[in-house]
Each structure stands twice: as C-alpha cells, then as structure tokens.
Design a protein around this ligand. Structure first.
Ligand SMILES: [Zn+2]
Length: 485
C-alpha cells in the first residue's frame, strides 16, 4: 500500500477509482460534487438515521463508499474500528487509486489520524509469505488523504514516520516468524549487519570464546546442547552528546526453546521459535530509532542462544558461577532466559547505563497472571514505571505492573549455592523470575517486560512493545515535537 496527500481545492477527485467518505449525523459535510451524486442514489438524511453501515455507489466508473458511524463520542477503539472498515474495502480489490476523506472523523487532529490510519493498515496487511511457493496477486492501492493545503508538509512527514515505525514492527514480526532451522544466532547477526546501518550505528558481538574468557557461565550453560553458537549482538546507536549515559535495551533471543533436559510438553512446542521475541523487539526498535534519527544514545543487546537436548546439555542440579561471581543452582533448565539475562545485566555495567530495560518471553506464569493481552512490567524504579505506563497508554499496548516483592526471594534460596534459578513451586512465577534478575542489578534504574503472553497470538507474532518503547524513548528526547511520531 502507498499513501499520498491531496490538498488542492480544485482537485479532480472523480479521477480516483474509489472514494471513501466517513459520515455521521453531526459531521456530514460532504464535498459538493459528491453530495449531488450520493443524493441521486440514496437519501443521505435517511441513511444517517439508520444503524451504522457501509453504502456503496457506482457512478461514472468510480466506486463511492460511505462509511456511516454513530454519533457517539469517538475514542481510539472506535477510530480503529472505522479504519478496519475501510481496510476491508481497500484490501478487497485493486482499485489502484483511492481517495479518503479522513477529516470527517471528528477525533484528535488530522496528523494523529493519518499517522494511526497508516499504522493500522500496515499492521493489518502484514503477511509472512517467504516460504509460500504460490502467492496470490498483491493488492496495490495508493491511498490519497484529502486534507487542507496548509497541512500538506507535515502530513507527508507523518506518513513517512508512520511507515518507518510500521516497517520496524513488521520486521520484528518477520524475525519471529522465521523458522528455527534458519533463524539461529548467526542468521540474526547477519540480518542485523545487513539491515541496521548508518553513521550513528556500530554493531559488534561477543562470541562463545569471548564469553568463556569473561566467565559468562550462566549464559553459556543454556546453549550447551546446541550445535548453533551462542552470540551476544550489540547494536550501539549514538546520536547524542558523549556525556549522555545510554539507555540499554536487552532482548531475550532463544531461537528455539525445547526446555533442555527439563523438556517441555510437545504440544505447541513448535511455537518455541518465538522465544526470541524479546531480541526481535529490540531489533525492531533499533531499526526504527536509527531511521527516525532520534537524538538519543541507546544500546540494543540481543541475547541469542538455543536451548536443546544433547549429551552435553546442562543437567538440572548443575551449579554454575555467573559473571557477577554469584553461584546459581540450576533447578530447571527450562528457566533459561534468566540465565542469559543475568549475565547480560552484569556485563552491561561497563557502559555505565542510565536506564536498563529487558524484554523477554520469560515465564509461562505471565499468561496465567495477565492473559495474552497484557504484558507484565516489573521495575526497581517508580518514575521508570510511570514513564513506561504512560507510553503504554499512548501506544494502546497494555502493560500491568507487578511488584518486585523481595520477600519472594525466599523461593530462590538454595542450600548449596547462592541462589536457585527458579522456585520449586509455581507461585508468582513472573515475580520470582524478576526477583532472580534483581539479584544481578547494580546501580542503574531497571525495568523488566515479560511478553510471554503477548508476543504472539493464534495469528502469529504481534510485535508488541515495539511501539510502546518507541514512545517511551521519544519522551526521553528534549525537542521531541519535531519527530512527529
Ligand atoms: Zn524455557
């Protein structure tokens, strides 16, 4: 789909193959030319009194759609519904040119409407067809937003930014959709090098040998049963003064999680390719902030590894010494994400971060606690929590804060090591996982987003938390207005 702007007063709208007009009783100002045509075919006043519906008129080789909506106050939810109604029209056939009168939806300003319209359509039209040998013909429509001429310049920028963000979200979904026989650590590294680049970007990595030297034993214990190599990908984005401490985003990137020796049930095990969703989210964010040229210093850390079964796999009961020096008794090899993250949380101290946020499909318990519509937030800092919740509301990407309840550390007490990697009961699994991680935090502000329930649904990967964190990061910029995101 392509998007353009029309703003000339005497624009020859009849040259467009399809016209979409939103209308309700209060806001029924329609272009004079169309009013005449519509009135010839249907009585506007009559349909405005009926239930909300879509009316189609075919006139002089042109399809005219009237989307009638209720007089109730519009909110984000109703706006989305209206966009989805137009999506059904837009996505049905190759009209080629579509003119859309978005002004008549009386909600927010025109830029907000254009930004979100593009974002919703791009999200909806996403398909993952890489492995289909037969693909049906693509719908290639150009959508023209009819607006006032003084809004043109900003609207063009808005479309551009919305497309960058949508592309980043859809690339995150692509990464999650990639099958585990292809999408391993090496694949993610190569894709990062190929697609995230520019004068502000520096990409480097830590390989197995370097991790061994550093004694990142918790991290390495996860990948022991795999023939694919573990790797930590570091994407440094510097677009602010050197003195500005970086914000660090850490993403869990288990490219396949069998559970290891603590083997998972085979039902739905194929879904465990999504256990790298946290890394994919960080990937998408780094792609977007680089394209938007945001004035920030951010480091994206992708923790890539694979959790498989083999003679070499880590056995439950194993004790390892983490990078921090603390020893961990591994009770369950399926609680592997925290073993990657705990070493990463120690490693990143060298960057002297201001804020650290990790994003991970960490606990199945998160689904029990919050279902598949809400991600869990756990943090050691109140203002960070406030900022993330604010960004979540703006993005329509729900999160709910769970407490970092330190008394639950008792579930992680080991008789023979400093700490266990998980509790032996299932109580408050999402919180105890965060308690485990908290043992490795030094002086920085830290937030943990558990996306185990939200990263995918039955249709596939969702890209959840990418836009949320983009909004969070944008709010960290002083002159954020000029970015229009
Ligand atoms: Zn696991």
């Amino acid at each position: 789909m392509k998007y353009k702007i029309i703003s000339k007063i005497k624009e020859k709208i009849y040259k467009y193959k399809c016209i979409i007009i939103f209308i309700n009783k209060k806001y029924n100002k329609i272009n004079y030319y169309y009013k005449k045509i519509i009135n010839k075919n249907i009585k506007i006043n009559k349909i405005l009194n009926k239930k909300p519906n879509i009316y189609k008129i075919f006139n002089n080789k042109q399809y005219i759609y009237l989307i009638v909506y209720k007089n109730t106050k519009i909110n984000k939810h109703i706006f989305k519904k209206l966009v989805i109604k137009s999506f059904k029209i837009i996505n049905k056939k190759n009209y080629n040119t579509i003119c859309l009168f978005i002004k008549n939806i009386k909600f927010k300003n025109i830029y907000w409407k254009i930004f979100n319209f593009v974002k919703i359509i791009e999200y909806k039209t996403y398909k993952f067809l890489k492995f289909k040998t037969k693909v049906s013909k693509k719908i290639n429509n150009i959508i023209y937003f009819k607006i006032n001429s003084n809004q043109k310049k900003k609207s063009i920028k808005i479309i551009k930014n919305s497309l960058i963000i949508s592309k980043g979200i859809n690339k995150t979904r692509d990464l999650c959709n990639m099958p585990p026989n292809i999408c391993n650590s090496d694949y993610i590294f190569k894709k990062t090098k190929k697609e995230i680049y520019g004068k502000n970007i520096k990409i480097s990595f830590l390989n197995k040998k370097q991790m061994k030297k550093l004694e990142m034993n918790a991290y390495l214990s996860v990948n022991k049963g795999s023939n694919n190599k573990p790797i930590i990908i570091k994407i440094k984005y510097n677009n602010n003064t050197k003195s500005e401490k970086p914000i660090i985003l850490i993403g869990k990137g288990i490219t396949f999680d069998s559970g290891g020796i603590s083997l998972k049930n085979s039902n739905y095990m194929h879904e465990m390719k999504y256990d790298m969703s946290g890394a994919a989210v960080v990937w998408g964010i780094m792609y977007i902030i680089n394209k938007l040229n945001l004035k920030l210093n951010v480091i994206g850390i992708l923790l890539c590894a694979e959790n498989l079964i083999d003679g070499k796999s880590t056995k439950p009961g194993t004790i390892i010494k983490t990078l921090s020096g603390k020893t961990v008794e591994i009770i369950n090899t399926d609680a592997e994400g925290r073993l990657l993250i705990c070493d990463a949380l120690s490693y990143i101290n060298k960057y002297n971060p201001k804020i650290v946020i990790d994003i991970a499909t960490l606990t199945g318990c998160c689904l029990i606690a919050l279902g598949n519509k809400i991600s869990a937030l756990i943090t050691n800092n109140k203002s960070l929590s406030k900022d993330l919740i604010k960004a979540s509301k703006k993005s329509n990407d729900n999160i709910w804060e769970l407490p970092l309840y330190k008394k639950y550390n008792k579930y992680l007490k080991s008789h023979i090591a400093d700490i266990k990697n998980c509790s032996e009961n299932n109580y408050a699994g999402t919180i105890t996982a965060a308690c485990f991680l908290n043992n490795f935090i030094k002086k920085y502000k830290w937030a943990h987003l558990d996306i185990a329930g939200t990263a995918w649904n039955k249709k596939g990967p969702t890209g959840r938390t990418v836009y949320l964190l983009i909004n969070y990061l944008k709010n960290k910029i002083k002159n954020k207005k000029k970015y229009n995101v």
